[in-house]
Design a protein around this ligand. Structure first.
Ligand SMILES: [Mg+2]
Length: 264
């Protein structure tokens, strides 16, 4: 490395992304409650042990059409109820299912204890962005209600959180993955794709996780770029630990796209 070659940007962590649902505010609890109510409605027609799995199979098959969120789940519940009951479900019970979806959409935003303080502490050291996926209208409402929007430099509401999405966001910030850490509850959506790109992650598990978000394979050799936090209060120290590791490793990283002219 030629010491005379300046880096256009300082080495180390430059941007910290936060997931929204079940990282900043509660979400999965409301979906779980709606699903339990759905199963009680369907149980009036059929006695099946696998209602749970049949609903998920339909939800999963519909994701590519409906995307994530409560509205897609509502349509999938209606489709599943018709299929599971052999089309015997009544219009009034279908209305109850629609109302379950509306209940999810109307739930008040309930921040995780200590999250505002944690995001503010991290924002004092790094640029922070919110990267959340799901229904645009619902996510916008949650961001607005959360009272956290002022802490974030930018809010990205995306349809899928995969490596391509993160690469696009980082490209817009003119940052390399090695300058980015993501904080979230989902290994599948928040952690694995960022580690795969060469970034950093802080996993903060939520007490319940949608089965879809639990399917994740972390890339080999990335454990050193991952930290765990049990509560929001642990997030600033976890990010500080990653920042120290990033500061130590970034100068040798030749993947910096903005380091034009830097020797390979
Ligand atoms: Mg989440």
């Amino acid at each position: 490395m030629d010491a005379a070659t300046p880096f256009p940007t300082p080495p180390g962590l430059r941007l910290v992304g936060f997931d929204g649902d079940d990282t900043l505010w509660r979400s999965e609890d409301y979906y779980r409650a709606a699903q339990a109510d759905f199963e009680r409605i369907v149980a009036n027609y059929v006695d099946l042990a696998d209602v749970h799995e049949r609903l998920y199979a339909i939800e999963h098959a519909n994701l590519a059409l409906f995307g994530y969120g409560a509205k897609g789940m509502t349509l999938s519940m209606i489709e599943a109820a018709i299929a599971i009951t052999g089309a015997r479900i009544t219009a009034s019970d279908l209305q109850r299912i629609v109302d379950l979806g509306k209940t999810i959409l109307r739930h008040p935003v309930d921040l995780l204890p200590g999250i505002r303080e944690a995001v503010a502490a991290i924002a004092a050291e790094h640029e922070v962005v919110l990267i959340t996926k799901g229904d645009l209208f619902h996510q916008e409402a949650k961001v607005r209600e959360s009272g956290l929007a002022d802490l974030f430099r930018r809010i990205e509401i995306v349809s899928e959180k995969d490596a391509g999405t993160y690469a696009r966001v980082l490209g817009e910030f003119d940052l390399a993955p090695s300058q980015f850490a993501m904080v979230g509850n989902s290994l599948r959506s928040d952690i694995a794709p960022v580690l795969a790109l060469g970034g950093w992650g802080v996993h903060m598990p939520y007490h319940v996780t949608w089965v879809h978000e639990t399917h994740a394979e972390l890339p080999d050799g990335t454990a050193a770029r991952l930290r765990a936090a049990a509560t929001p209060a642990e997030l600033p120290a976890a990010v500080a630990s990653l920042a120290a590791a990033a500061a130590a490793s970034t100068p040798g990283d030749t993947r910096l796209p903005s380091a034009t002219g830097a020797p390979a």
